[in-house]
Ligand binder design. Sequence first.
Ligand SMILES: Cc1cc2nc3c(=O)[nH]c(=O)nc-3n(C[C@H](O)[C@H](O)[C@H](O)COP(=O)(O)OP(=O)(O)OC[C@H]3O[C@@H](n4cnc5c(N)ncnc54)[C@H](O)[C@@H]3O)c2cc1C
Length: 226
Amino acid sequence: MTNDQLSSALPETDRTRHRRLREQGSLDRAQLDAILEAGFICHVGVVIDGTPMVVPTVYGSDGRNLYFHGSVASRSLLASPGAAVCVTVTHVDGLVLARSVFEHGVNYRSAMVHGVPRLVADPDEKWAGLRCLTEHATPGQWAYARQPNRKELAATTLLALSLEEASVKIRTGGPDDGEGPDAALGNWAGVLPLAATWGAPEPDPRLPEGVEPPQHIVNRSNTRAS
Ligand SMILES: Cc1cc2nc3c(=O)[nH]c(=O)nc-3n(C[C@H](O)[C@H](O)[C@H](O)COP(=O)(O)OP(=O)(O)OC[C@H]3O[C@@H](n4cnc5c(N)ncnc54)[C@H](O)[C@@H]3O)c2cc1C
């Protein structure tokens, strides 16, 4: 299957088969897309010289590939092309506070992508991938900010990870012990929701007077971040 032919159901492979908490698992590509769309930070897990390293980094997704980038000197990125990685994206929606400590949990949406990243060497794809990454985190910013010059492009490594082999896990709802023996304890139980929101833009003090934030930044204030 090529990147252009990704099916609406994610394939169940040895790696993506949910084993524990299976009822929270899904192989629905639309849910994967929604989770990736809602975030912009992923964690890239890679083994370097026999030692696992999990690196938080910014990503962009075009629905077929997950793009992530860094310095050409980055150890994790240098190891990634050719080496298998496991990338996760996580959104926490609330704490599930049960009657018993054992039943406590987290409401969340998470995605896990398995594969071997590809070093993006083609100049057109590198440009499009960096644009995708920038726009994913801050829509409108690619056209507003100065775009990378040749030296900056040469100093940047861009990797593309196919979204072919991925899985999703989502937990919603309240605690699971409302009908068990612990319900008789009488202590409070429920969900404490968590929602990240963007704040008001804070101008760089070195800005000359009169430079206002662009509309695409202003419009984000007080909106949900994920
Ligand atoms: C914020 C957060 C908090 C969590 N807290 C706990 C906790 O305290 N205790 C606990 O047991 N579990 C917790 N989970 C669930 C946890 O991520 C695992 O799904 C679960 O523990 C099963 O792990 P496993 O190694 O048995 O996975 P397996 O079922 O063996 O994993 C098989 C495959 O399923 C897929 N998969 C597994 N987990 C995920 C996932 N989270 N997202 C997407 N795909 C996945 C992957 O493709 C993986 O290769 C939490 C998840 C999140 C997002």
